[in-house]
Design a protein around this ligand. Structure first.
Ligand SMILES: C[S@@+](CC[C@H](N)C(=O)[O-])C[C@H]1O[C@@H](n2cnc3c(N)ncnc32)[C@H](O)[C@@H]1O
Length: 288
């Protein structure tokens, strides 16, 4: 099924040929936007960090296998998850040789529910309907990730404090990893074309440079404070106890006032993640 150059190196499978052989058009209602731009497909695996372990790559949403083919060229082993039964069947047929060689496994099912293998990194053009859930399923695994998202979502993940895009998503994603948008991709790179631009995002796992004792509370508190992003932290703490779960928000305000009064005058949109961690520690001690 692959073309071979004169020096014997096989060319990557052509995305249009793959779609023709699969006999599918792509259904946007099922999050099916296939990448058809060879240059983008060729670049995606190169965004893995140089020191990334590519022995076992995980791909979420295999589609007709255009990216799967590229991943097999850089990995020892690939596991691809695909929910659509006809597409999973096509992948098994198209890549029968790679499956027989033990280099590819096709997991048919919902990526939010299947048991994921112990992967060394993930490279995926994600189904946008599950971007957030799948990102936060993968991030705690502490593996390098190269993921295609809707552009706005990717930019929010990577945003710095003080910018319009900075919010709860930035703080929670950057809790796990350094996040950067490495390429924006126009709708024309896909067929069918999505309504919006896309972005390829690289996430390098690392420990945060602060500690939180209770991650669940940290995330709830950050979520609560960003519902009032234009209010001062003083008002944010007081107004959002129903979201953060604080039983005594006034005691938290008093304790923050004693330790670091500037924090009370700040607004959520300008606070760095470590400032949220400091607030969380005080809230944990005085207001729960
Ligand atoms: C944006 S397409 C990408 C396809 C292919 N990797 C490419 O780049 O052309 C996303 C793929 O994810 C599949 N998909 C949608 N929801 C899914 C889910 N919950 N779990 C696993 N796969 C899913 C779709 O059927 C589709 O093939």
């Amino acid at each position: 099924m692959t073309d071979t150059t004169p020096d014997g190196i096989s060319e990557p499978r052509d995305p249009d040929d793959l779609r023709r052989r699969a006999g599918v058009r792509g259904d946007p209602d099922r999050d099916q936007h296939f990448l058809v731009d060879d240059r983008v497909l060729d670049r995606i695996p190169t965004y893995l960090p140089e020191d990334a372990d590519a022995t076992h790559l995980l791909e979420i949403g295999g589609g007709t296998g255009a990216l799967t083919d590229r991943l097999l060229r850089v990995a020892d082993e690939v596991t691809v998850v695909e929910r659509d039964p006809p597409l999973a069947t096509f992948l098994r047929e198209e890549f029968a040789a790679e499956i027989d060689a033990g280099r590819l496994r096709v997991l048919e099912g919902d990526a939010l529910e299947v048991d994921l293998p112990d992967f060394s990194a993930s490279v995926s053009n994600l189904p946008y309907g599950i971007s957030s859930e799948i990102a936060f399923r993968l991030l705690p695994e502490s593996r390098p990730l190269v993921l295609m998202f809707q552009r706005e979502f990717g930019e929010r993940m990577a945003a710095d404090p003080g910018t319009d895009a900075y919010g709860r998503l930035s703080v929670t994603a950057q809790h796990y990893a350094d996040v950067e948008v490495v390429e924006t991709v126009p709708p024309t790179a896909f067929d069918p074309a999505p309504a919006v631009e896309s972005a390829i995002v690289r996430l390098r796992p690392r420990e945060p440079d602060y500690t939180v004792d209770d991650e669940g509370f940290f995330f709830d508190f950050v979520k609560a404070l960003f519902t009032q992003r234009r209010k001062t932290i003083r008002n944010g703490i007081r107004n959002t106890a129903h979201i953060s779960g604080l039983s005594d928000p006034d005691a938290v305000v008093d304790a923050v006032e004693e330790r670091n009064e500037d924090l009370l005058r700040a607004r959520a949109g300008s606070l760095a993640p470590e400032a949220f961690a400091e607030l969380t520690a005080i809230a944990d001690e005085h207001g729960r």
